[in-house]
Design a protein around this ligand. Structure first.
Ligand code: NAP
Length: 499
């Protein structure tokens, strides 16, 4: 098992282009596969946030004046360095987060893709030119940077989500203060090192490590942070949105999901099983887009159960650095406890436990946080295990009688992130993409696997209408400015001096 080496015992904040002194107060970063400490991370204070914001505010003024194609060149260099270090980053990512190495490589690749994609945006960033209603007058709309942007990210995608947010912010001429999740700060440290090496001017990206309740909270309340881009849980997101609303601060939220795969009775069942396995048990079910419900047509329910159970037997559980492992650990003990709680709830609600349902603590699993891939069947759509986000390798099979009922069940949750349908019927495909109330819809694929040049985010309780990644991410980090140039030499009044 190859294991990258981190050449420091303590991560330090990166503020105004300077790697700060070691902090007095720190907490260990635990490898969830082993329970062992990898490195210490600072528990920064509100004053650290103040300094980072001041540095960002100063740097942003100059950065905004650098032509966007030149800003983009720095991103291109960042992408090149990410590519060169892909394997090292992937190994460190597996060590801090637990996801298996193949998925970690995929996550780093998302960051690489995002860097090159946003570097391209530096030469686009399209506005509009439109005809004016008046003679000798020119009208256009342009994107303007907003200023200092606050980015708050979760532990389950420690590098990809940060790049979805920071790269569009940077190419658009903003400066960033980033608070990564305390469980997974190593990717933030490595990415900041790469940004420094690529020549990103000091102060354009600042990383402040520490708790959400101190560092994150201070960022949300800070007057000079004009946008908060947050990904994480609904409870935290709602509180952030309430405070940002009070301040009239722009806020973009990407939160939970309760994503479903629909399997119709004409589906390729083997393909559906592959899709379910990958999206339900990949990242041990700790993806916002993870499949945690399978809505199955009653005609194929038994056949699907049988094939799914057989396929689950092939899932190897263990340390994700081992290339043979398919399911890595859960992030921490709190994650295990939450999953255990839902297993009990499912049993009490009368769902039938077909496989798994227990944690693994002994032998090779000692010290780590492991949970067996779990399958419930005969689940009703209104049960809590079919409504609430569990964030673990737990899938609930919900039988339905028709396509219409499948759509209704899919849409019956408060979330709206991702959905999928397996069918060979082209009419059902198009009806489904129209009627599934989620921000992402897959046909004949599982619920995960977003590509970075498309908008990422959800409807209903998953978000507040904004999107990460894709060109749409620029809407979060820019203001639209309408510009009118009158070259008639006289005062022309819109709506009045129109002949
Ligand atoms: P979380 O507890 O809400 O934490 C997310 C981030 O917010 C962390 O950096 C956290 O800091 C910080 N935070 C906590 N309290 C805060 C506060 N009062 N003010 C400001 N920041 C605060 O979520 P999580 O458990 O890490 O992440 C899992 C959730 O994220 C799941 O619900 C998942 O579905 C969702 N998610 C959504 C998407 C999407 O795009 N829709 C993608 C990935 C994950 P700490 O370091 O102190 O924890």
């Amino acid at each position: 098992m190859a294991e990258a080496v981190l050449h420091t015992k303590q991560l330090t904040n990166y503020i105004d282009g300077i790697w700060e002194e070691k902090a007095v107060e720190t907490t260990p970063v635990i490898n969830p596969a082993t329970g062992q400490s990898i490195v210490d991370v600072p528990l920064s204070t509100a004053e650290d946030v103040d300094r980072a914001v001041a540095a960002a505010k100063k740097a942003q003024k100059e950065w905004a004046l650098v032509p966007a194609p030149q800003r983009a060149e720095v991103l291109f260099k960042i992408g090149t360095l990410l590519k060169e270090r892909k394997e090292r980053l992937a190994q460190l990512l597996t060590m801090e987060n637990g996801k298996v190495i193949e998925e970690a490589r995929g996550e780093v690749q998302e960051g690489i893709d995002m860097a090159f994609y946003m570097a391209g945006e530096g030469r686009r960033m399209f506005g509009q030119t439109v005809p004016s209603e008046l003679k000798d007058k020119f009208a256009m709309s342009v994107r303007a940077p907003i200023g200092v942007v606050g980015i708050i990210t979760p532990w389950n995608f420690p590098i990809a989500i940060a790049t979805w947010k920071s790269f569009p912010a940077i190419v658009a001429g903003n400066a960033v203060v980033w608070k990564p999740a305390t469980e997974t700060p190593i990717m933030a440290y490595e990415l900041a090192k790469i940004c420094e090496e690529a020549g990103l001017p000091k102060g354009v990206l600042n990383v402040v490590f520490g708790k959400g309740s101190t560092v994150g909270d201070k960022m949300v309340h800070h007057d000079d942070i004009r946008v908060i881009s947050f990904t994480g849980s609904n409870d935290t997101g709602r509180n952030i949105a309430a405070e940002c609303g009070r301040q009239l601060k722009k806020v973009s939220l990407e939160m939970g999901g309760k994503n479903a795969v629909i399997v119709m009775d004409d589906a390729d069942l083997d393909l559906a099983v592959e899709g379910i396995l990958w999206s339900a048990f990949g990242t041990s079910g700790q993806r916002c887009t993870a499949c945690s419900r399978v809505i199955v047509h009653e005609n194929v329910k038994s056949a699907l159960e049988e094939r799914l159970l057989a396929a689950m037997e092939g899932l190897t559980i263990g340390n994700g650095l081992d290339e043979k492992i398919k399911v890595g650990p859960i992030i921490n003990q709190a994650g295990i406890e939450k999953i255990n709680k839902y297993i009990e709830i499912g049993k009490q609600e009368g769902a039938k436990l077909l496989a798994g349902g227990f944690e693994l603590k002994d032998g090779a699993y000692a010290g780590g946080y492991y949970f067996t891939p779990t399958l419930f069947t005969d689940v009703r759509a209104d049960m809590r295990i079919a409504q609430e986000e569990i964030f673990g390798p737990v899938v609930s099979l919900i039988p339905v009688k028709s396509f219409a009922e499948a759509i209704e069940v899919n849409n019956s949750v408060t979330y709206g992130l991702s959905s999928s349908i397996f069918t060979r019927d082209v009419n059902q495909v198009f009806q489904a993409q129209r009627d599934l109330d989620t921000g992402i819809v897959y046909v004949n694929a599982g619920t995960t696997g977003a590509e970075i040049h498309l908008p990422f985010g959800g409807t209903k309780g998953t978000g507040n209408g904004h999107r990460d990644s894709g060109v749409q991410a620029l809407d979060v980090f820019t203001e639209w400015k309408a510009v009118y140039v009158d070259y008639s030499g006289k005062l022309q009044r819109a709506q009045i001096d129109v002949e």
